[in-house]
Design a protein around this ligand. Structure first.
Ligand SMILES: [Zn+2]
Ligand SMILES: [Zn+2]
Length: 371
């Protein structure tokens, strides 16, 4: 069987063409609609063809090597199994978005629903990002209602059937299309699918099973985090429903700038201004690192903007105990703008002296360059 023929598209069909061809055929062949004896078999084939041709990688394999190519690549070629995308596409094909109801377990009002994940942005100090810190934060989240224990029902009220859906939890709608008339089922808007009259809802949470509550959460921010680092706190998000698990809380960090240090990943940079004589003769100088004061050696004859390395005084690698980046001190040589009388005298002496030595030096260089 040829997948393109099954879908009724050309070999060079675009993804959109394949999708719309699939929807059209799925409507015709769905076993709930089509009572022909081979409808189910053809529907499965259609699903298989669509699954392959809607996936770039599988389609390329199929185009070159046919079904054997897919098999060799490890793609299952057994009965068409509805992948996550597949089944959603099929529901979409039938009911359009937002209309699916009553078919998927998601719409069972008593099925467990996972709580939402929460995200919170947090600013932390420069040093705290380097050495880690413990923080307490307040978050507003949904907690299980303590009145009804998450059921959303008032235990003293008598449950009566929802009048809108007569206890069905669903409403049937007939939709006429050019392909025929379909009955679609939607969740009852009055009881949210429970089938129970909303007057018996828990008064505290109005039937949602959850209530807004502020809570304090302790978090440990590890060493070496940076702006954009995310910390996941499992089960600290919103409460689920009907026994569904709680969501998680994600803290996204923003690290404040420092006045003294520039951070570049795991490295720290600072600038040190030194005098002309210091640059010429070298010196020992105290600089500030994130660990405190540190003595560094400025080598004789250092150039402007040259960097002095202080190994291991940078930022710890996140999650790697004991490993740290480096600190780089960029040297800026200050040219004096004002000179005392004595300084000027000395500089003039140096000037005269350097004229002689420099001249020789330059002439040597010119000579070698033209050799
Ligand atoms: Zn409640
Ligand atoms: Zn209802």
């Amino acid at each position: 069987m040829d997948y393109y023929e099954i879908l009724g598209v050309e070999k060079n069909a675009t993804k959109d063409e394949i999708k719309s061809a699939f929807r059209k055929k799925a409507r015709q062949l769905h076993p709930d609609v089509n009572k022909a004896p081979d409808a189910e078999e053809r529907f499965k084939e259609l699903g298989k063809a669509y699954e392959t041709l809607s996936d770039d990688e599988k389609r390329a394999l199929y185009d070159r090597y046919g079904e054997d190519g897919l098999k060799n690549a490890g793609y299952s070629q057994g009965p068409f199994d509805f992948g996550f995308g597949g089944i959603n596409d099929i529901f979409e094909a039938f009911f359009g978005q937002g209309m699916g109801g009553g078919f998927s377990s998601r719409h069972d009002p008593n099925a467990p629903i996972e709580g939402d994940n929460l995200r919170m942005d947090m600013k932390i100090d420069f040093m705290d990002a380097i050495f880690g810190v413990e923080k307490e934060i307040k978050i507003n989240h949904l907690e299980e209602c303590d009145e009804c224990h998450g059921t959303g029902k008032d235990k003293n009220a008598k449950e009566t059937a929802c009048k809108t859906c007569r206890g069905m939890g669903r409403i049937q709608q007939n939709t006429r299309t050019i392909l025929g008339s379909f009955t679609s089922v939607t969740t009852c808007p009055d009881c949210n699918g429970s089938g129970i009259d909303p007057s018996s809802n828990c008064k505290k949470c109005k039937g949602t099973g959850t209530i807004h509550k502020e809570k304090t959460v302790k978090i440990r921010i590890p060493k070496g985090v940076d702006s954009g680092s995310r910390i996941r706190l499992a089960n600290e998000g919103n409460a689920g429903k009907n026994g569904g698990r709680k969501g998680d809380l994600y803290i996204v960090l923003y690290v404040k700038d420092s006045k003294e240090f520039i951070r570049d990943g795991v490295d720290i940079h600072t600038v040190l201004e030194i005098s002309m004589p210091q640059a010429v003769l070298g010196d020992e100088v105290i600089v500030k690192t994130v660990d405190g004061e540190e003595k560094i050696h400025i080598p004789q004859g250092i150039e402007n903007l040259e960097k002095v390395l202080i190994k291991g005084k940078g930022v710890p690698y996140l999650g790697k105990e004991g490993q740290r980046g480096n600190h780089y001190v960029t040297i800026k040589i200050n040219t004096p703008k004002k000179l005392s009388g004595e300084e000027e005298k000395l500089y003039r002496q140096l000037f005269e002296l350097s004229k002689k030595t420099e001249k020789n030096g330059i002439m040597e260089k010119v000579k070698t360059a033209f050799k």
